[in-house]
Design a protein around this ligand. Structure first.
Ligand code: NAI
Length: 506
């Protein structure tokens, strides 16, 4: 489907944070843009704020003054809705209210030509519901940008029940022409990103609630072992707990209170306390002038006389960790076994979703210490370890010393199923698998959305393939058994892939 050419006029309704950003994107791509807001002066203010943003780029030498002038010259604030009548694509970014949006769409249908595409930037309202009262609902499509629109690459092209494939295809191609990374999504609660990302926040919140460790340590593990851009607490402080909690509630209720989306009492309490995050100076962390960010818990240097690491069986995804230890001067001996590491009398194993204490009892190994997943063991600067209750202090110390020898900072966390990164990635993959099975989006589009929309280091499904569907399925099954909660039930597609011994991409 071809993109709209630059002769097509774009109209943006609502000149708030999102509308102004979208107007900037369209104007920078070469379109004339009408910017309308019902509040007097808001459209002009929107244009002025775009000019200020772009001026900063000019000042930094990242943009030519003439490009700024041309871009701003293409944006025309218009006072009356009637003034957008000759636009070929109208994108609404007004208040998030079904009835007000429906009224606007009815007005637009009356005044625009029959083939004008109408797009909505809604992040939580059903596109199907928005189109229900339209004369031609096939011309309505979701065009869900992320904040800030000029910087974030992702656009979810959301198809309601009646949306025409041609309309969606045109908007998809147009978003690409505007330098964005569009994905198709069906109109389901949370679309792709706001649904699939729920476990990222939920599992850190749950681990905090279960006192696995403190917020700063969980954030550090997520960043330094998981290679996510920010930890869940830093990120929700930035998003605002009111906003993040509202999205979680909305998705939870839209899915008829599926326990998979259960909101967190900790976050509820923050909202009730008015600790909304950065915007009012206090969330999980304090942001005042003198506020200091708490340090993550990091083990002091441990000593061990042990120099030989026995690798029992295939270390799987942890193979680069073994390489790293070898490079650090640890003698490696390989022999058959279940895929674990033995250092002195301590057994180190990658978490499979069971608690270390349970595993120690089942496998008859007291000195069992589990290590967490890392995005890339060859680079991870921190790893979480969880010792079994049965493990001796000397054994735990020995495990810490081993990793420290390879330059890895160690955070000891309490023994909880799946540790931190493994649990986060497995639940993200689980949600992504369910979204794929339910036809919300393709496997590739789900992964692309999570990378382009939230800067994840890898898509959850491609990450799951790297771990092996069997391992992820096993982790989830074990976590589910540990809690006896439906929240961790493995997605059907993951289960099927595990038995078929195949991945999402193979
Ligand atoms: P905002 O509150 O900053 O701006 C909304 C603007 O729409 C205001 O200037 C308001 O005067 C104007 N407006 C309200 N009703 C109007 C009407 N009937 N006709 C013309 N103008 C009207 O809101 P924001 O954050 O820009 O959000 C707008 C839309 O984008 C919402 O649907 C929201 O869910 C969605 N969205 C927001 C994101 C965010 O991070 N803020 C991200 C993605 C989507």
């Amino acid at each position: 489907m071809p993109a709209l050419d630059t002769h097509t006029i774009i109209a943006v309704i609502g000149a708030g944070a999102m509308g102004s950003g979208i107007a900037q994107v369209a104007a920078q791509a070469g379109h004339r843009v009408y910017l309308h807001d019902q509040r007097e002066g808001a459209a002009q203010n929107g244009r002025d704020s775009i000019a200020r943003q772009l001026q900063r780029r000019v000042d930094k030498g990242k943009m030519q003054q003439q490009d700024l002038d041309a871009t701003i010259g293409r944006i025309q604030p218009v006072a009356r809705l009637d003034d957008v009548a000759d636009a070929g694509l109208v994108i609404e970014a007004i208040i998030e209210d079904l009835d007000i949006k429906r009224q606007l769409l009815a007005n637009l249908e009356e005044l625009c030509a029959g083939d004008t595409i109408l797009a909505t930037n809604t992040s939580s309202i059903s596109v199907t519901a928005l189109g229900a009262e339209m004369n031609k609902p096939e011309r309505l499509v979701g065009m869900h940008f992320f904040n800030p629109a000029p910087l974030m690459a992702l656009v979810e092209v959301v198809m309601g029940l009646a949306t025409s494939k041609t309309v969606a295809g045109t908007v998809h191609a147009t978003a690409t022409a505007w330098g964005k990374k569009p994905v198709y999504a069906t109109s389901t609660p949370g679309f792709i990103v706001n649904r699939v990302a729920r476990p990222f926040y939920a599992e850190s919140l749950r681990l905090l609630q279960e006192q696995a460790t403190d917020a700063a340590t969980l954030d550090a593990i997520i960043r330094e072992a998981g290679q996510f851009r920010m930890g869940a607490f830093e990120l929700t402080d930035l998003i605002g707990h009111d906003v993040n909690y509202a999205v979680t509630n909305s998705v939870f209720n839209s899915y008829y209170q599926d326990p998979r989306f259960l909101p967190s009492l900790i976050q509820k309490e923050l909202v009730e306390a008015g600790r909304l995050g950065r915007k009012n100076g206090q969330g999980f962390y304090a942001y005042g002038e003198d506020a200091e960010k708490p340090e993550p818990q990091t083990e002091p240097e441990h000593q061990s006389d042990e120099t030989v690491l026995v690798v029992e069986g295939d270390p799987g995804v942890a193979a680069p960790l073994v390489q790293r230890l070898r490079a650090a001067g640890v003698t490696i001996i390989e022999r058959d076994g279940p895929g674990q590491l033995r250092f002195g009398d301590v057994v180190l194993a990658l978490t499979d979703g069971r608690m270390a204490t349970e595993r120690a009892a089942t496998e008859g190994v007291s000195n069992m210490v589990l290590f967490d997943l890392a995005f890339d063991y060859s680079k991870a600067s921190r790893l979480a370890l969880a010792p079994a209750d049965q493990a001796s202090d000397t054994a735990v110390s020995c495990a810490c010393a081993l990793l420290q020898r390879a330059g890895v900072a160690v955070s000891l966390v309490a023994d909880r199923p799946g540790l931190v990164i493994m649990r986060t990635v497995a639940t993200l993959a689980n949600e992504a698998a369910d979204a794929a099975l339910h036809g919300v989006a393709t496997v590739a589009d789900i992964d692309l959305a999570m990378k382009a929309g939230l800067n994840y280091p890898d898509g959850p499904l491609s990450w799951s393939d790297r771990l092996g569907a069997g391992h992820v399925f096993n982790v989830l099954t074990n976590i589910q058994n540990s809690y006896a909660e439906d929240r961790y039930r493995p997605a059907l597609l993951l289960r099927k892939n595990a038995y078929a011994q195949k991945g999402f991409y193979s």
